[in-house]
Ligand binder design. Structure first.
Ligand code: T6T
Length: 380
């Protein structure tokens, strides 16, 4: 039996400070085995309680919230041992996004190791209307199992339900549908498991760090992507929860940039003109952070307006080295893929005792840790 981990108590600022100077070094696994041996954060994942109504999986109780996440480190599911050649589908959020490139690379390596035929596809843009036909095509191909990054918490319920109704079990990676209450009585209850970041926690950690960087005062802008997907909504909610804990900090606004770095740059540039005393920006993903960084550089405000970037891309790391960003939060797309595939094999082989909600954790990269050897493995 696996044990679903209980959330640890609220993070204290002291713990957070410690986290910020330590890079959570977690190298991509050469084994990818989803047991206690699965590489995970070397420092404890900070854990925070989600407010009720948050899209984040919550331990708050009630019938319509997701089970508390179990940490990837604590997962005790055995390695996948397929008794036959399975064909599986992985539908990513958007092709070309470095986060999903990393996920795809790890998934293909893991599939080869497990002896699985893996088909990887994704939409050109992070949009449910483009992703739905890809899911339908996977159903038509009769894959044995479907791993998906749903690009919208509501709009992707029906397509994934179609897969389930066609006898194809579903795991979601990186994002969840509905409230993420897999196994529950809600419309998303049919999904086997979620494997991905605890994004509420991620947003909270990111904004606690940003607020510290801002000297615990001032105006903070959340540069977000497209409302409606669980990951970025979770980060926004987590950031807002962090702001609420600091009376000297004010939410200046939330921008939605359509997951487009150029739009993000334009929106942030306009914001900087309107609000010359802006203190900090939280870029909630690859493109939001990239655009925010460019806008800050162009306005010659490097170092004055603090930026925290979610997603550890080469661009985010360059911005960190150039003092444009002060902190980069790395996710673990490779681990999402490895665990997801091993869960899928277990499921197909009859081991259905799988955790419903697995948090893969974060690495926190600062200028002090960026050159540590382990940090290389966190960049995608
Ligand atoms: O931040 C990731 C991912 O977690 C999110 O779901 C969508 O945006 C990214 O792919 C980065 O672009």
């Amino acid at each position: 039996m696996h044990t679903l981990g209980m959330r640890t108590p609220l993070l204290t600022l002291a713990v957070l400070s410690l986290l910020l100077v330590q890079c959570q070094a977690a190298a991509p696994s050469s084994t990818g085995v989803p047991t206690n041996a699965v590489p995970g954060p070397t420092t404890a994942q900070p854990s925070v309680a989600a407010p009720s109504g948050s899209l984040a999986p919550s331990a708050a109780g009630g019938g319509d919230v997701a089970p508390s996440p179990v940490r990837a480190d604590d997962v005790t599911v055995p390695p996948g041992k397929p008794s036959k050649k399975y064909t599986m589908g992985l539908v990513v959020g958007a092709v070309g996004d470095p986060f999903y490139v990393s996920m795809e690379k790890a998934a293909k390596a893991e599939a080869e190791k497990l002896g699985i035929d893996l088909i990887v596809e994704g939409p050109q843009e992070y949009r449910p209307v483009l992703q739905t036909p890809i899911v339908d095509a996977m159903i038509a191909r009769k894959v044995d199992f479907l791993l998906v990054v749903p690009t919208d918490a509501e709009a992707m319920i029906a397509p994934l339900q179609r897969a389930h109704d066609a006898g194809i079990p579903v795991i979601t990676l990186d994002t969840f549908i509905g409230k993420g209450n897999y196994g529950g009585s809600g419309p998303e209850g049919f999904v086997t498991s979620y494997v991905g970041s605890d994004n509420f926690e991620g947003g909270m950690v990111a904004c606690e760090a940003l607020i510290k960087d801002m000297g615990d005062k001032g105006k903070l802008l959340i540069e977000n992507t497209i409302p409606g997907d669980s990951s970025n909504d979770g980060r926004e909610n987590g950031c807002k929860a962090a702001i609420q804990k600091h009376p000297g900090v004010e939410l200046a606004g939330v921008n939605y940039d359509d997951n487009d770095p150029n739009k993000a740059q334009a929106l942030v540039s306009a914001f900087l003109q309107r609000m010359p005393d802006l203190g900090g920006i939280f870029g909630t993903n690859v493109f939001a952070a990239e655009g925010a960084g460019k806008a800050v550089k162009n306005a010659a405000l490097t170092g004055k307006v603090k930026v925290v970037a979610f997603d550890a891309t080469a661009v985010a790391i360059e911005d960190l080295r150039n003092n444009v960003n002060d902190i980069v939060i790395a996710q673990k797309p490779w681990q999402m893929a490895q665990l997801g595939l091993n869960f899928a094999v277990n499921y197909l082989e009859g081991n259905r005792d799988l955790p419903r909600n697995v948090a893969t954790g974060f690495g926190i990269i600062t200028r002090d840790t960026v050159d540590n050897p382990e940090t290389k493995d966190l960049i995608y």
